[in-house]
Design a protein around this ligand. Structure first.
Ligand code: AMP
Length: 442
């Protein structure tokens, strides 16, 4: 059957104006907090050479093997929609010779990623990630700092999160560990799922990631990498933990937490939320010192994370409910032709001062306009009729406590500007759950 042209592609979705308010708030928070830590935004293309991902993420991963949107362009070159952005950021960093700068680069990105995943709650085929990367430093303190930034971001949004950390070793200590792991997995092959038997051959570290119930007892008793770290990795991991402790950041060491790719070294971490059910990972990251070389570039130290914006928004939608939707500070109701014109001029003036105003052109009775003001949750209503026009004093009503009083135009604008900045300060840009608008006298 032909699919309707008026339906979006499965796994993608439209974010409608009421949805977008939360997304914007999340992005504002990220930009504000990341800037405090010296991060600057980078925007790389959504289209990249397929090999960039095949080499960096690995040809045997689900992402590259099954989930990439790949096609030949008009010249026959294989192109993919990016399934993640770290490889692109590293490519851009090397391509634009940022590695020649003396200081590390602190870069962040916000944008859509594409993976043709199985349909399930919390997974989309076009989803959005916010990520940050520090390129050019291997100091464990920078790892703790990046994590501190990320946790501050979640805390500012009021999201409960837990930090899980591990070390995945390096090119010295991981290969002997991986061969020990493979041996043990071979002995236990009959109790493992088919995927794990395959992973045993291709990349045994990924067995530790398996979510299949029947594999869990086997996996929990496998040798773990933390007991096989070399002295340098041990030392790095200890310094990293100390930096976290000094910054007052609680963490749990989870020996099973691995990033299954060869270029990952040492620190790996995940941030999970209690509020998300099975898909509870909000963000994941780690150190990837070998990535640039895998792509044919110079040695570059790299550390970063990506967080799933869709999942974060799911949590926030639960917490904030309707409160995140755009609310005008002022809803202007006019009565009569002259008042209509004056209202337009007032709305124009207030907007130019930065006050969010709503004006209903279609008019209607005062009663129906009040109903609309209520529905869109305007903070205040301004009434302008013949009488008000003559006296140049207007009736303002606070929708929270129904108090009504008279104001001149300049009183109105200074009152509303004060209200807006107070609400912003109180909320730290977050729509407060119990927003209260004080009366004029308080
Ligand atoms: P990854 O790039 O796979 O390490 O994922 C980083 C974060 O992106 C995860 O913790 C998720 O929150 C999010 N994420 C990954 N894949 C999807 C998807 N298909 N749909 C929604 N969010 C995703």
């Amino acid at each position: 059957m032909e699919e309707s042209l008026l339906t979006n592609i499965p796994g993608t979705r439209d974010l409608l104006p009421d949805d977008v308010a939360v997304w914007q708030s999340v992005e504002e928070h990220a930009r504000r907090i990341f800037a405090q830590y010296g991060f600057q935004e980078i925007r790389t293309p959504i289209l990249e050479a397929s090999d960039l991902f095949a080499r960096s993420i690995g040809g045997d991963t689900d992402i590259v093997g099954k989930e990439m949107y790949t096609f030949a362009d008009q010249s026959g070159k294989s192109i993919s929609l990016r399934p993640e952005a770290t490889a692109s950021v590293v490519r851009a960093y090397v391509q634009h010779s940022m590695h020649r700068a003396s200081a590390p680069a602190k870069l962040y990105y916000i944008g859509p990623m594409f993976r043709h995943e199985k349909k399930q709650k919390g997974r989309w085929r076009q989803f959005y990630q916010i990520g940050a990367e520090v390129l050019g430093s291997d100091h464990p303190a920078i790892e703790a700092e990046v994590i501190e930034m990320l946790l501050r971001f979640f805390a500012a949004l009021g999201v409960q999160s837990r930090l899980l950390i591990n070390s995945v070793g390096c090119a010295n200590c991981r290969p002997p560990y991986v061969s020990t792991l493979r041996q043990v997995l071979h002995q236990r092959a009959s109790s493992l799922c088919e995927d794990c038997r395959r992973r045993t051959e291709v990349n045994p570290l990924r067995v530790l990631d398996c979510k299949v119930e029947s594999c869990q007892p086997q996996i929990n008793s496998l040798p773990m990498i933390t007991q096989h770290l070399c002295a340098n990795c041990e030392n790095h991991f200890e310094r990293f933990r100390n930096h976290l402790t000094e910054a007052g950041i609680p963490f749990e060491v989870v020996a099973r937490l691995v990033r299954g790719l060869d270029y990952y070294v040492r620190t790996a971490f995940e941030i999970v939320s209690g509020d998300l059910g099975a898909q509870n990972a909000l963000a994941g990251g780690g150190r990837y010192d070998g990535l640039s070389e895998v792509l044919g570039g110079p040695p570059v130290h790299g550390f970063g994370f990506a967080l799933g914006q869709d999942r974060l928004v799911m949590v926030l939608d639960e917490q904030w409910g309707k409160n995140a939707v755009w609310r005008p500070e002022l809803f202007v109701i006019s009565m009569g032709e002259a008042a209509f014109k004056r209202s337009l001029a007032i709305v124009r003036l207030l907007r130019a001062q930065g006050i969010a105003c709503y004006f209903e052109f279609e008019g209607g009775s005062i009663k129906s306009q009040m109903r609309l003001a209520n529905k869109i949750r305007a903070h205040h209503v301004l009434l302008i009729g013949e009488n008000e026009l003559l006296r140049e004093r207007y009736q303002i009503k606070c929708m929270q406590d129904s108090k009504q009083w008279e104001v001149t135009l300049s009183e109105l604008s200074s009152y509303l500007l004060g209200e807006q900045s107070r609400a912003r300060k109180e909320a730290g840009c977050v729509p407060a759950a119990n927003e209260s608008v004080p009366s004029q006298n308080s």
